[in-house]
Ligand binder design. Structure first.
Ligand code: SF4
Ligand code: SF4
Length: 382
């Protein structure tokens, strides 16, 4: 069942009570119940068990849910199973968002319930914001061209390592890009590279990520707290599993960062970074696999080059360039993950809040950055 107003179900998992006492579930439940469009909230002990998955199927049907947020372990472990649950319940399998509150929140901040709960609430709210923007997909993840916006420049085709983009002629000799969805690897590199914003990645759209960024940055411009506010983008194949591994090892680290998983670091659109910066984020960290290890054959190199360019833009706008960093972390490097996080959080904390955040009156008078914040959109880069 699809409806114009989202009907979101949020399902918490206590994972055999391994999260119990590490984050405050009552606060999470309250948050979920008060979120717009959330019409059903439930908590079970082992969400991954077949009986619990059956109960989720029934809850989707009984409550007319058209999308679900699973607040549990890593999507790398169980997202496919929950997509099967959605399909069995009669909704599109890509209407499932999984919020990783176990491995990447409860278990890596288990000595500090307050910080872990605060982070879990942010990550859950971000997931719900993302879920609101999800759209059913017929073909699953892959690049889609908006022909009306495509200039035919060819940047996407030169970016795509899979060689699945060609062109078709349209009126007046003009050409537009065409993606072979059956062979598209859904890395999203072409989407971030398109200078016209003519591409999007089904299953991982700009709208979904921007909803997460906007949720996290809500209110940051008006206050210097919490500080530092740090956003991390981590690629699904390399850095994100390193973070999961850190959780499995119960490695403890600073909780002052929030994470968005991306298919590849090359999917990180400069627009997302500018948007986060313009809305008061103090630092953005982009994580991908090391050179030679990128699942998508060099997506990481494209990321580094693109962000070097973006950093020049940020510098001209008045930001300290160390507020944006790109680091390589492979899947088997949980210790490096912790070291990179700790180093970045410390560095950004020392820099202090972004100049965008709650400037003093005299700073408002002189800060071109402050006055130009509304124009800080992708047009500053593209
Ligand atoms: S990069 Fe964008 S504008 Fe250029 S051909 Fe590809 S889809 Fe069209
Ligand atoms: S998403 Fe990746 S594989 Fe698919 S067309 Fe774009 S660059 Fe090529």
């Amino acid at each position: 069942m699809e409806s114009s107003t989202p009907r979101i179900g949020v399902f918490f998992c206590d994972c055999g009570q391994t999260i119990k006492g590490l984050i405050d579930y009552d606060k999470l439940r309250d948050l979920a119940q008060n979120e717009k469009d959330v019409v059903h909230v439930d908590k079970v002990d082992f969400l991954c068990s077949s009986s619990s998955r059956e109960s989720v199927t029934e809850a989707i049907r009984e409550n007319g849910l058209d999308r679900i947020v699973v607040a549990a372990c890593s999507p790398r472990a169980y997202l496919l199973e929950f997509q099967d649950v959605a399909e069995r319940a009669g909704i599109n399998r890509f209407m499932v968002e999984q919020s990783n509150l176990r491995d990447q929140v409860a278990w890596i901040h288990s000595l500090d319930e307050e910080s872990a709960t605060s982070k879990a609430m942010d990550q859950l709210a971000m997931s719900i914001a993302r879920a609101r923007k999800m759209r059913p997909s017929r073909f699953g993840p892959g690049a889609a061209v908006n022909e009306e916006m495509c200039s035919g420049c060819g940047v996407c085709a030169t970016t795509c390592k899979a060689g699945v983009i060609d062109f078709k002629p349209i009126d007046g000799g003009h050409r537009v890009a065409r993606v072979d969805r059956s062979e598209c690897k859904a890395c999203g590199a072409c989407v971030a590279a398109c200078p016209s914003g003519a591409l999007n990645l089904e299953g991982f759209t700009n709208e979904e990520v921007i909803a997460e960024v906007d949720e996290f940055t809500e209110g940051l411009l008006d206050s210097k707290e919490p500080s530092p506010a740090i956003l991390v983008f981590a690629c699904h194949w390399c850095s994100y599993p390193a973070a999961d591994l850190a959780g499995l090892k119960r490695m403890q680290m600073d909780a002052r960062f929030r994470m968005i998983r991306t298919p590849c670091s090359a999917r990180v659109d400069p627009e997302w970074v500018l948007r986060a910066m313009s809305r008061g984020v103090d630092g953005v960290l982009i994580l991908g696999g090391s050179e030679g290890n990128c699942h998508y054959q060099g997506g990481n190199v494209r990321t580094r080059n693109r962000m070097l360019l973006l950093n020049k833009v940020l510098e001209q706008l008045g930001f300290d360039t160390s507020r944006l960093a790109v680091e390589w972390i492979d899947a088997d490097e949980p210790y490096r993950f912790r070291a990179v996080i700790e180093d970045f959080v410390t560095k950004i904390a020392e820099l202090g809040p972004s100049p965008m955040r709650a400037p003093a009156e005299e700073e408002k008078m002189t800060s071109a950055l402050y006055h130009g914040r509304d124009e800080l959109t992708h047009t500053a880069y593209r």
